[in-house]
Ligand binder design. Structure first.
Ligand SMILES: Cc1ncc(COP(=O)(O)O)c(C=O)c1O
Length: 394
């Protein structure tokens, strides 16, 4: 007889819980000299040498000038503020709350538009429908590291006469038609949160080829102060610390290899998990390279035999952490439910109700992949009994 899923009394696939992320932080020995230097000379912040160097390396990677910031959320706020006018920002509702919160904190209105049913990124057609006289920007999100349809969105933005921006929190290292994310929109924002592909702890960067915007972001991250000591606008304190810049520079030394490893793991998971009936993968267009920031599937309850939440419960029993990114969709959250006119968000709702993310790391071993996929296969094979057990438990 085959092994039973843990939820039916079998042995859990993993002895201990395996986390959804495993940050690839460097060992202390690699940081010690630089940490000692800043702790001894006291230059631990205020845009000192390691932040400036980090900024330079980031801009070389994406071939676009960069400003380092304390985190991605503040980067989004500073970029939106640099537009210099209020109004509506068209964006997807299938994203992390920070995308919309940044607009809200800048006093802007959020206009949610639907996503593409296959890539789960902002749909150019829906964005075009959502643009109106109050639109001041379109903000795409490269969801889970898959670049948006940049050419089509650029055309929509050009027609609407507004800038195209990207929340690139998941996409440092992704490419679109051979071009690096970071230089695709008029402004883009990375997150270097510990959970991200380039994880440093807390951090972010705004990239833009527009020198005026770059100056505004740089002033804005430092209270709005300009070189003369004047504040033309009320800025923030969004400076990155030297300690995070040191971690970032060290992580960047091996970033290319780690990204290649992660892509290999991502492809392997896609091959194995994509074979199971009722699980749909995010489409990665041929012209794009994803970062595989998250490994997400859509669970079709009828075809798979278990609903998303049932699969989540069964995987938890196997000691596999799964997460429902991004559920609930933002337009259903209390703070955005009342937002003025909403587009038809049917695809957003369909994806948000079915999506489930599994662990993925650059250093995930083939053995870990086998164990994870094995657990999923066992649950699928015993889906009828798993469902009955979960219903009994309710
Ligand atoms: C899509 C997206 N945008 C923005 C953010 C915010 O970035 P940070 O945590 O660096 O503020 C995150 C995640 O944290 C995210 O997933």
């Amino acid at each position: 007889m085959h092994e039973r899923p843990a939820i039916l009394g079998g042995k859990p696939a993993f002895r201990e819980l395996i986390d959804i992320v495993r940050p690839g932080l460097p060992p202390l020995e690699k940081l010690r000299d630089a940490f000692s230097e800043v702790l001894e000379n006291g230059k631990i912040t205020n845009n000192s040498r390691f932040v400036r160097r980090f900024e330079q390396v980031i801009s070389e990677h994406v071939d676009t000038p960069a400003a380092a910031v304390a985190n991605g959320t503040l980067g989004l706020m500073l970029l939106l503020k640099a537009l210099g006018r209020g109004g509506e920002v068209v964006m997807p509702s299938f994203t992390f709350p920070a995308t919309a919160h940044a607009a809200r904190w800048c006093g802007m209105a959020v206009r949610f538009a639907d996503i593409d049913p296959e890539t789960w990124n902002l749909s150019p057609e829906a964005a075009a429908r959502a643009c109106g006289p109050d639109t001041v920007a379109i903000m795409g999100v490269h969801v889970f590291g898959v670049p948006c349809d940049v050419d089509a969105l650029s055309e929509v933005a050009r027609r609407a006469g507004v800038p195209l921006l990207f929340d690139a929190a998941h996409a440092f290292g992704a490419t679109y038609r051979g071009r690096a994310v970071g230089g695709l929109g008029q402004g883009e924002v990375f997150s270097f949160h510990a959970t991200k592909i380039l994880g440093v702890g807390e951090g972010g960067a705004v990239t833009t080829a527009d020198p005026a915007w770059l100056d505004l972001v740089k002033a804005g991250r430092n209270f709005g102060l300009d070189k003369s000591g004047d504040c033309a606008d009320a800025g923030l304190n969004a400076k990155m610390s030297e300690l995070f810049a040191i971690i970032g520079l060290t992580v960047l030394e091996t970033f290319t290899e780690r990204l290649a490893q992660r892509r290999r793991v991502g492809v392997l998971l896609r091959e194995r998990i994509g074979k199971l009936a009722g699980l749909t993968l995010q489409r990665i267009p041929e012209s794009c390279e994803s970062t595989h920031q998250n490994f997400a599937v859509l669970v079709d309850a009828t075809a798979f035999g278990l609903a998303r939440d049932e699969l989540h419960a069964a995987m938890t029993a196997e000691n596999v952490m799964t997460r429902k990114y991004f559920h609930p969709a933002l337009h259903t959250m209390s703070c955005y439910r009342g937002e003025a006119a909403q587009d038809d968000l049917a695809e957003t709702e369909r994806v948000a109700e079915r999506v489930l993310c599994f662990p993925i790391y650059s250093d995930m071993t083939d053995l870990e992949v086998n164990i994870l996929v094995g657990a999923l296969e066992r649950i699928h094979a015993d889906r009828g009994a798993v469902r009955a057990r979960l219903r009994e438990k309710r």
